[in-house]
Design a protein around this ligand. Structure first.
Ligand code: GLY
Length: 282
């Protein structure tokens, strides 16, 4: 059986001096997932591991390095989805969680729910032994904030050697958002989706991604037999035509074919194809 993984570091405009570091960050994340897939591990573990690497890297708008809301605080959203079972877990508007993607997975595996938000999600995190942190620890130096305004969300999608697909997406959201604002990332079918045909992760302005349920739209194209690269392009064209907005998308199908597209100046990605070939884009 084949396997594949592709990760993104967010669609937007990237400070030229940080482009190489972002590419390296995406590569480290893809490799973290690839190691798991190579030894026969499952896609869910791979996408979680990749997302954790990106959340821990302050260059990206997720976990440490998340953008700030209008009160100068970090509130994060994250989701995981297991394509084999259609189980999903997500958290929205949570503070003081070092790795929101781990909490999203806990929601999937240790609660009867799919999405927990705010104070209830934080309480669940404490009960489940998820690593907490001082919210201030997730805030990076102010000089980075200009670029964080334009650059958002991280994600990973994978196919494992057992033929299972999974998706993970994590974000600090959009700059200057209202407290309590929730974007596309934790909404299943909007920023994150996986089933038996596809795993998809999106990045961009959540309000517009939600309007077209972008992740589910791309998965539907794959279900109809559209090739992975063409499905990503078609989904982005549909998004741009309907919303006149900007976003990016990565996806993988059940054959391990990866696709990506964006209509923003940059979207750092790293993908490892079934043949082990490395894909780059900045
Ligand atoms: N795509 C991330 C957000 O809008 O929150």
């Amino acid at each position: 059986m084949t396997f594949a993984i592709i990760v993104h570091g967010g669609a937007g405009a990237v400070a030229p001096q940080s482009l190489d570091a972002r590419k390296q960050g995406c590569r480290a994340a893809a490799e973290a997932g690839h190691v798991i897939l190579k030894r026969g591990g499952n896609a869910l573990d791979a996408v979680e591991a990749a997302a954790v690497v990106l959340e821990n890297n302050p260059l990206f708008n997720a976990g440490k390095g998340s953008t700030l809301n209008c009160e100068g605080r970090v509130e994060t959203d994250a989701a995981v989805m297991d394509g084999a079972t259609l189980r999903a877990g997500a958290v929205a508007a949570v503070s003081g969680i070092r790795n929101p993607i781990r909490l999203a997975r806990k929601v999937m595996e240790a609660s009867p729910h799919i999405l927990l938000a705010g104070a209830g999600a934080a309480r669940f995190a404490r009960e489940q032994g998820i690593e907490l942190c001082d919210p201030a620890e997730l805030v990076v130096p102010a000089q980075q904030q200009h670029w964080q305004r334009e650059h958002g969300t991280v994600g990973a999608v994978a196919l494992d050697a057992h033929g299972h697909l999974a998706a993970a997406t994590s974000t600090g959201g959009i700059f200057n958002k209202l407290p309590g604002r929730v974007g596309d990332t934790p909404l299943i079918g909007c920023g994150t989706y996986a089933d038996g045909c596809a795993a998809v992760s999106c990045t961009g302005k959540g309000e517009d991604i939600i309007r077209v349920t972008l992740a589910r739209h791309a998965a539907w194209l794959l279900e109809q037999g559209v090739e992975a690269g063409a499905a990503a392009e078609q989904a982005m064209r549909h998004f741009a035509k309907r919303t006149h907005s900007q976003a990016g998308i990565i996806l993988v199908d059940r054959g391990g074919h990866v696709g990506y597209a964006h209509n923003t100046p940059n979207m750092p990605i790293c993908g490892l194809t079934p043949e082990g070939r490395l894909l780059w884009e900045a």
